[in-house]
Design a protein around this ligand. Structure first.
Ligand code: SF4
Ligand code: SF4
Length: 741
């Protein structure tokens, strides 16, 4: 079996699957020399022009810069700087339309050339005397990224640890119209070869293989001349077929080996650079010229002078087109890139960047715009054209469904976006656009997942740290506990000795000492009890002192007591106003009624006593005056009955109504007596029916009747009052009839 080098030396070629043969339209351009574009009025230099991250901006508005001066600083390995393409003034650092299918604005440095095109100081290197690191550093600081269109940083791609079997220089410019590399090889073959030598110095490959399409005879010839005598270097002419310039497709074409899905060429011992990249490396190392310009194919039937132009990075597309005699149609499409992989520009102010190899301004007849998209008819023409052996129609389906798992399963990221599938699709489906959108979404998801993963890692690290701190605290506490226990056990004998000494001293005490101690203990106990008693009383006193409700109740009780005493004294003051003879008989009954009104049993006893007393007095008086016992007893009986009734009323009233006020009843009786007396005095003599001796008794009867009426009115029982009044009137009448004529 032949080795790889033997196969290459045998000039054997293989085939790759798929591919298409669009019309190339390169013949005219490849014969023209490279033109140099005059300095534009303004240059728009995007901070990021490669795969990776933008460098840190070093300039600001108003700065004057020299040609080749770095405008950004590469502060990590995925970054490469951008440089001033000419000397001039920084007008702004602002957002500008990006040269990207999305056309999103990106940060740009706006430079106004001063026309002097003055270089900064340069420091060329002798690469043979430089280490790999020095050369990689120079390549990075010169801002070199893949010139074939990918834009991957060259210093990163070159920094490999694996053995490189074959270094492939890609001069296969398969896209229609584009002839920038062809022109470069024709005019700068020696510099390209110098660049290849520098790369060989870095990578130390076993062989160099330069591949050029067979439709570029001038370029092949130039490169053969430049490479003459170098071993083992090979130049291969490959058949024109699109996309034979693709990295994996060209390796398969040259070596018959296939780069596995998701792997890189270095994984099978191969490394590939574009001829433009080799040229840029030579410029950077040998002349200290950073990547500040590039060759751009400006083509299309709307141009009077289509040609390859050496344009400063940042040149607006409009300047390039007008330099080539642009005569636009209405509407006019301008495409950045070739007709297969390019994209239509949103406006002509978009700048040329490091990966721009073609500006195409075709007529409608020359390159008709894509028609209206139709449904897939499952014709499988796309699958047959795919150089990556994919299933474009399935990828389309899953892209529309945003099924990322299926897209991954069907190797979406092996798609090189060559556009061969869309080129052959009869339904005019823009398949590549769908794939680009799907890739962007998946990359975004991967970025989010990465961020989440990093956050999770940080969280877990924090948890581990907290757990470690907790364990350390536990360990420390346990250690301290052990130390404390050890200390206590060391002090234990002293405590025992002290206790023994106390017991011994107690045993040595005399009875007198013990009595004194006992007395002292009793005194302390008594003191403690007193203190406890004080504490117990204090809250109660404090509560009564501070409880307003209890204080109010106590005040109300005091007022009621005082009122009762006042009522008792009032009743004593009312009686002296009555006649003295009557006072003797009525006072006990009234007093009993007033003081015992609330106790019916006592009131009855008092009434009985009053009746007995009155009877006794009547008997004594009868013996003196000759009146009968019955006659003498009547006034007293009237009084007694009144007292009895007055005393009994509360008991009746209690049943139906609140108890009457005896004090008020006594007052009412006194007022009634006074009224009766007054009426008796006011009665004319003609109306008087009895002798003068009878007047007191009559007055007493009227008084009793009135008092009875008043008293009965007071308790609010009209029936009883009426009965009492009737009884009083009957007695008075009887008394009148029994008077001596
Ligand atoms: S664009 Fe992708 S899917 Fe379509 S042919 Fe090219 S590699 Fe295949
Ligand atoms: S070429 Fe177009 S229509 Fe045919 S299968 Fe592919 S996507 Fe569908």
């Amino acid at each position: 079996m032949q080795s790889l080098l033997e196969q290459v030396a045998a000039e054997q070629l293989w085939r790759f699957p798929g591919g298409v043969h669009p019309p190339t339209r390169k013949a005219e351009l490849s014969k023209k020399p490279i033109a140099s574009l005059p300095l534009p009025d303004k240059l728009y230099i995007p901070l990021r022009q490669h795969i990776g991250v933008a460098g840190h901006c070093l300039v600001q508005k108003g700065d004057h810069v020299m040609k080749g001066q770095p405008l950004t600083m590469a502060d990590n390995s995925m970054s490469v700087p951008v440089h001033a393409p000419t000397s001039g003034l920084i007008l702004a650092v602002t957002e500008h339309t990006s040269p990207h299918p999305s056309a999103l604005p990106e940060p740009c440095i706006v430079l106004e050339p001063d026309g002097l095109d003055e270089w900064r100081e340069r420091a060329p290197l002798h690469y043979s005397q430089c280490s790999t690191e020095q050369l990689l550093e120079r390549i990075q600081q010169s801002g070199i990224a893949g010139m074939g269109g990918a834009g991957f940083p060259t210093h990163l791609k070159s920094a490999v640890q694996q053995q490189v079997e074959l270094l492939i220089i890609n001069g296969v410019e398969c896209e229609p119209y584009i002839s920038a590399d062809d022109a470069l090889m024709q005019e700068q073959a020696d510099t390209i070869v110098q660049g290849i030598e520098i790369l060989c110095h870095i990578l130390e490959p076993k062989a160099v293989l330069i591949a050029i399409e067979d439709d570029k005879p001038a370029a092949i010839s130039a490169m053969q001349s430049a490479c003459h005598g170098r071993q083992p270097w090979f130049i291969r002419s490959v058949p024109t077929k699109y996309p034979s310039g693709g990295e994996k497709q060209l390796i398969q074409l040259l070596t018959g080996q296939e780069v596995p899905a998701g792997r890189r060429p270095i994984d099978i011992g191969m490394m590939m650079f574009n001829v433009g990249t080799s040229f840029a490396v030579a410029q950077a190392v040998l002349h200290d010229i950073p990547l500040v310009s590039r060759i751009v194919t400006v083509a299309g039937d709307t141009l009077q002078h289509p040609q390859n132009v050496l344009a400063p990075i940042g040149t607006p597309v409009s300047d390039l087109l007008h330099f080539c005699g642009f005569q636009p149609e209405r509407p006019q499409r301008v495409i950045m890139g070739g007709p297969m992989m390019g994209f239509t520009l949103p406006d002509l102010s978009v700048p040329v960047i490091k990966t721009t190899n073609c500006i195409l301004a075709p007529t409608q007849q020359e390159l008709p715009a894509a028609g209206e998209e139709m449904d897939c008819i499952r014709c499988t023409a796309c699958a047959e054209a795919c150089p990556a052996s994919l299933l474009p129609q399935q990828l389309l389906w899953f892209s529309k469904a945003k099924d990322t798992e299926k897209l991954d399963e069907y190797n979406l990221f092996d798609c090189i976006e060559c556009g061969a599938c869309a080129y052959v699709c009869p339904s005019e489906i823009p398949l590549v656009q769908y794939y680009r959108v799907a890739k962007a979404e998946i990359r975004e998801q991967q970025r989010e997942a990465l961020k989440a993963e990093q956050a999770k890692a940080r969280f877990e690290a924090r948890q581990a740290r907290l757990e470690a701190e907790k364990l350390e605290r536990q360990r420390r506490n346990e250690q301290l506990a052990v130390e404390r226990a050890a200390k206590q056990s060391a002090n234990a004998p002293d405590a025992v000795a002290a206790a023994l000494a106390r017991v011994k001293s107690q045993q040595q005490q005399t009875p007198a000492d013990l009595e004194a101690i006992k007395a002292e203990r009793e005194r302390k106990k008594q003191l403690a009890r007193e203190r406890q008693a004080e504490k117990t009383e204090a809250p109660a006193n404090a509560a009564s002192a501070t409880d307003p409700r209890q204080a109010a109740i106590a005040a109300a009780l005091a007022r009621a007591k005082a009122k009762k005493q006042a009522a008792a004294s009032d009743s004593e003051q009312v009686h002296p106003q009555q006649n003295q003879p009557e006072q003797t008989a009525t006072k006990p009954a009234e007093t009993a009624a007033a003081s015992e009104a609330s106790d019916p049993r006592q009131a009855a006893i008092a009434a009985a006593l009053a009746r007995a007393k009155a009877k006794k007095q009547a008997a004594a008086s009868a013996s003196d005056t000759g009146q009968t016992e019955q006659e003498q007893a009547k006034p007293a009986e009237t009084e007694a009955e009144q007292a009895t009734q007055t005393a009994a009323e509360p008991a009746d009233t209690v049943k139906a109504e609140p108890a009457p006020d005896p004090r008020k009843a006594a007052i009412a009786a006194a007022i009634a007596r006074a009224k009766a007396k007054k009426q008796a005095e006011a009665t004319p003599a003609s109306e008087k029916t009895g002798p003068e001796e009878a007047k007191p008794e009559q007055a007493d009867a009227a008084s009793a009747s009135a008092a009875q009426t008043e008293a009965t009115e007071q308790p609010s029982d009209p029936r009883k009052a009426a009965i009492a009044a009737a009884i009083a009137r009957a007695k008075a009448k009887k008394l009148k009839e029994t008077e001596p004529k």
